[in-house]
Design a protein. Structure first.
Length: 380
């Protein structure tokens, strides 16, 4: 049986965010009607070194969940979760609270009310050492996943439920980074000691190379969209970062994704338990950092996905028929979420998906490489 070519050929515009790819993949997963060991092998993608040597993955796919268990989960009402948050999204489309003076702005990353800033006069004017993500892929080799990715179930084995999508995801990702349409930077805010630093904030920034054609190292500019202009803080960050004997570790943190898809259409979701690790190469300094063994992992719950899709659908439903955003067509497919590999326990921990513990969360694991980068200002 063959997978529908329509899914594989849908254009994905990396400039408007990763959400397009996620929705396209979800739709593709459902359109074929294949699950588990019946899923077809994804072919190697030309020009993708991270995917060329990956073994077949269908045999490693998570077994199908009992239909009645899935139906029971789908019927469950969304449970708001505001633990540790005083404002922002409650993960069910509601709010964890409103902010009042003097802390009148909600930082969606931390779920805290913070003091506002005047972006025009108080926005960042200098940055710490940074690394440009010059290679990024989701890991598919089961042996590598188990040894490399973060363990979310406590069995000592790394998790990556997203691995079955590597054949569709890694090629476009490789191209986008290669042609400069997707520029991701990690800023090690305030770090001067690259051997040992007890605590710092690892910031994720969207940027652009200052050269034409785009370079993978050197000077970069950052996009204002990388920041929350109400409080002048990075939109994407991992707290609790540290360096010990050049080994970097960050998280766990929540990563709030607010990705513009169309002019008035936002993909809004939160990854939980986001962690990063890797070893800094010797020679790091003000001109940037290098890393060849970086790993970034997180968990997307079904509750978060459903809430994000519901908000998108509401926006599409409200748009006039003649002015529907082109992205709304992705929402019409009924995705097959057999890719969920984790079950969220009542205490917030995770178990591996089984017939008795239906999957309602997806672990995602990426490997990445950093090349030296220096942030010199904001993109015009």
């Amino acid at each position: 049986m063959e997978r529908s070519p329509t899914c594989l050929q849908r254009p994905v515009r990396w400039g408007v965010g990763v959400a397009a790819m996620l929705l396209a993949l979800a739709a593709c997963s459902g359109s074929s009607g294949l699950q588990g060991d019946d899923a077809p092998v994804q072919p190697d993608l030309p020009g993708d070194p991270g995917n060329a040597d990956l073994p077949d993955v269908p045999g490693d796919a998570v077994p199908d969940t009992a239909p009645d268990a899935v139906a029971d989960v789908a019927a469950d009402a969304c449970t708001p979760d505001c633990a540790g948050h005083s404002c922002g999204d409650d993960r069910c489309g509601g709010s964890c609270g409103a902010c009042t003076a003097p802390h009148t702005t909600c930082d969606p990353v931390q779920g805290k009310c913070v003091t506002t800033c005047d972006w025009a006069t108080e926005k960042p004017a200098a940055w710490g050492p940074a690394g440009h993500v010059s290679a990024l892929q989701t890991l598919a080799d089961a042996t590598v996943v188990k040894a490399t990715c973060f363990d979310y179930t406590g069995d000592g084995i790394g998790d990556n439920g997203f691995k079955a999508m590597a054949g569709q995801f890694n090629g476009p990702l490789f191209d986008a980074i290669g042609n400069g349409s997707l520029v991701l930077l990690f800023e090690l805010a305030g770090v001067t000691d690259f051997d040992n630093t007890a605590s710092f904030q690892l910031n994720g920034l969207l940027g652009a190379s200052t050269t034409t054609p785009p370079a993978t190292t050197g000077d970069f500019q950052v996009q204002e969209a990388s920041y929350i202009t109400g409080n002048c803080q990075p939109r994407y960050l991992l707290g609790g970062a540290s360096i010990m004997a050049r080994a970097l570790a960050a998280g766990p943190s929540e990563l709030h994704l607010s990705i513009p898809i169309e002019a008035d259409l936002i993909f809004d979701a939160t990854l939980i338990q986001v962690k990063a690790k890797g070893t800094l190469n010797p020679g790091a300094g003000a001109d940037g950092v290098e890393m060849t063994d970086g790993v970034l992992s997180g968990v997307l719950t079904q509750q978060q996905w459903d809430s994000a899709i519901a908000r998108l659908q509401a926006a599409c439903d409200a748009a006039p028929a003649a002015a529907k955003p082109s992205f709304c067509s992705y929402l019409n497919a009924q995705p097959d979420f057999s890719w969920y590999d984790l079950h969220v326990n009542g205490d917030g921990t995770f178990s591996a998906k089984t017939k008795d513990l239906p999957g309602d969360a997806l672990s995602v694991c990426f490997s990445f490489t950093l090349s030296k980068a220096r942030v010199v200002g904001f993109a015009p």
